[in-house]
Design a protein around this ligand. Structure first.
Ligand SMILES: [Zn+2]
Length: 377
């Protein structure tokens, strides 16, 4: 009987092992872009930056970045940065975080439970970076290829006990301190209750294109393009992310108070989504696009000299491994062992004044704590 039980147990383990996912993917002739080579003139200096740009590649672990690096012939703006470290991403209630808990850690400096948007373990609102620094006269913005109510962008303006409370998250927007947002989408916004839409439009000039002339004149701006313009690159998105990043920087820089600065969060959201679906080509193309948004931030940091850029991820997605490739041809092969998030630490890169603060190994909540410290005067 005992032997039978053991045999049954062994069979179960085998079945479970074989049920584990091994999904191969490949990209051939990846579209190439030239990286931006920084001047390094402000990199690692000791003076406090006036502006901080936090860039979150959702689901972006080492293999996602390295896939992009090799697919782009060994050249990425990421790879031109000198300050780097690790971020551990565990949430307060789970070894493997979701984007909401990690987004809250990045936006508030506090760990919380999976699904929480800007609230603590007792579901009480926690002040986010934009709210804290607004009291000191600093302004903030958010850019994402996800819907604005997606967990990562939502953590920078909303406080709700669950990321699925889409209407409640949108309803938090008019009372937020954001001066600028660009994210998905016109369609999602139009599905919200009329009272929410009216309140958002009373607070923000809402446009549906980065090219709308009101983008230059608005005091508080919301850009909500049609769905295809913030969707996957493989489904037709073009240069929304780098372009919105540049527009957000210019918008905030032109409206900041004298002697003060701004905070901007930029999310490359679809690296995560492509990895959940184990779509390797899509993930690599999203990474290459995110690298071009990084270039816009680093270029501005060089022009400005008082801007810190911090680039990391909320967690890794897919358990991605690089399987093979030919960088000279832009060909890469990857293997996913999961369709979910993994608990492995993610890389962090930084550039500009105090970039050195983000070297070594740190928790995601510590990244926000360090940013908040740099804003305290
Ligand atoms: Zn995810």
């Amino acid at each position: 009987m005992k032997k039978l039980l053991l045999l049954a147990l062994a069979a179960m383990v085998t079945i479970q092992m074989s049920a584990q996912r091994i999904v191969k993917g490949a990209i051939e002739d990846a579209p190439q872009h030239e990286s931006y080579h920084p001047t390094y003139s402000s990199d690692g200096s000791e003076r406090k930056p006036l502006n901080v740009i936090l860039m979150i590649g959702d689901g972006t672990g080492l293999a996602q970045i390295a896939s992009g690096l090799f697919a782009n012939g060994g050249d990425l703006t990421y790879a031109n940065l000198k300050h780097m470290g690790w971020v551990t991403t565990q949430s307060a209630d789970n070894f493997t975080t979701d984007s909401a808990a990690s987004g809250t850690a990045y936006s508030t400096g506090q760990k919380t439970y999976n699904n929480a948007v800007g609230v603590d373990m007792l579901k009480r609102p926690i002040e986010n970076i934009p709210e804290v620094i607004a009291k000191e006269g600093f302004i903030s913005g958010v850019v994402s290829t996800d819907d604005l109510n997606g967990a990562t962008p939502a953590c920078f303006f909303a406080h709700q006990p669950n990321r699925r409370m889409t209407d409640e998250i949108w309803a938090d927007l008019p009372s937020s301190v954001l001066r600028y947002f660009a994210a998905g989408s016109k369609d999602v916004f139009e599905q919200r209750p009329e009272a929410t839409r009216a309140a958002v439009e009373k607070t923000f000039t809402v446009v549906n294109s980065l090219d709308d002339p009101r983008c230059a004149t608005a005091d508080r701006l919301g850009v909500l393009p049609p769905k295809v313009e913030t969707g996957y690159i493989v489904d037709g998105r073009t240069d929304f992310l780098p372009k919105a990043t540049r527009q957000a920087i210019d918008f905030l820089n032109a409206r900041k108070e004298a002697g003060k600065g701004f905070f901007l969060m930029v999310e490359g959201a679809r690296i995560d989504k492509a990895c959940h679906a184990n779509q390797y080509e899509s993930a690599v193309r999203e990474l290459l696009d995110f690298d071009q948004a990084i270039a816009e931030a680093i270029k501005f940091a060089d022009q400005d000299g008082n801007t810190l850029v911090v680039i990391s991820a909320d967690h890794e997605t897919g358990g991605l491994v690089i399987w093979g490739g030919d960088p000279e041809e832009g060909d890469m092969e990857g293997v996913y062992v999961s369709g979910s998030h993994t608990p492995i630490p993610v890389p962090i890169f930084s550039y500009g004044p105090h970039a050195q603060d983000f070297m070594g190994v740190q928790g995601n909540e510590q990244v926000a704590q360090k940013i908040l410290k740099l804003f305290s005067r």
